[in-house]
Design a binder for this molecule. Sequence first.
Ligand SMILES: Cc1cc2nc3c(=O)[nH]c(=O)nc-3n(C[C@H](O)[C@H](O)[C@H](O)COP(=O)(O)OP(=O)(O)OC[C@H]3O[C@@H](n4cnc5c(N)ncnc54)[C@H](O)[C@@H]3O)c2cc1C
Length: 340
Amino acid sequence: METILFLAFTEADGSLAKPALETLAAAQSLVAAIPGSKLVAGLIGAENQPAANAIAACGATRFLGVTGPEFAQSRYATDAAAAEAIAKAAAATIILAPAGSRANRALPGVAQRLGGRVDTHVTALAATAGKPAITRWYYRQRMEGTLSRTVRPWVALLESGCAAAYAGAAGTATVEGVLVALPTIRTEVVGQKSPPADQQTIRPDAKLLFVAGAGWTKKQPDGQAHAAEAEQLILGFLGKAQASLGSTKSLVDLSGEGQTVLTFMTHLNQVGQTGATPRHQKGLATCCHGEEPHAVGWRFINERRAINLNAACSWAQGKADVLYVADAFEVMRKVNALLG
Ligand SMILES: Cc1cc2nc3c(=O)[nH]c(=O)nc-3n(C[C@H](O)[C@H](O)[C@H](O)COP(=O)(O)OP(=O)(O)OC[C@H]3O[C@@H](n4cnc5c(N)ncnc54)[C@H](O)[C@@H]3O)c2cc1C
């Protein structure tokens, strides 16, 4: 019999973020697929009651909480101590957590403390004949593997966007407090710095991925580069379409070579073999050649379009559904005008 612990860190307001609700739904499915198994919910944060109430109807047999101001902030020592205490109190055999920065950092160490095993970057959970298995990708998303383990406890960190979020009715849950001997606290979070919302160009939930390639900064038919207009067109489109911004390696590397670049672009925007593999319904590549090391990062983009001056660019070699052979400056000027 498996005791499946859904473990999550609550937000500053005591709620659960969408990735946590996705993991909860995946945990429910696993419980349903393993006869005789049961679900326990474990919450860590400054305040856990709002989260417990929001998932009161999830079918958990117990709601365990490590609550207090010391557990509000991401810190390895306190996060690991809290997760370990909840796992022990639940006598968990399988521990499922959303693959956020806190769980990714603390739970591998917790698995070690518990004498268990951990798998990160999990994309699916299933059970065949009562035997649980996880799915994850290897080799920069080129190979998919399904694996099972006999060692318990087994910790699995589920990537966001891989399951539909739990949407059960709210209620009132009784949270059993789990006491934790506070570890020595050497790390103090003194503040947070984040870019203003309109400069936040990476939007994992966006329907559209807009990729800007190095062509935006290259000399155009008039013999001049137009980086300032490129910035304005790209930011204008992102603002209107609420698209997520991706880039090619060439474009983000240009700054290192001292060339004119788009100031809002960083290596975090890079899509490809040595960049990210984002998941969006649609993708539009602009001024980007579509070479394989870049296009491999489009593995999870369902509908692909590209705008390129060159009809023989790599997108034309079966990598895009639609290729517009056109000047991206002209197209995006028009698109932005149409979007108002
Ligand atoms: C080991 C390895 C790993 C790599 N990993 C990555 C990776 O993770 N991500 C990645 O992106 N690359 C990666 N690369 C690099 C990759 O091979 C390409 O060099 C890179 O993607 C090219 O970027 P680009 O298409 O922006 O630039 P370019 O190849 O310079 O293409 C610019 C394009 O813009 C077009 N263009 C110019 N002006 C306009 C206009 N006005 N309108 C429309 N089109 C226009 C041109 O026709 C051209 O096709 C990797 C390479 C190696 C060897």
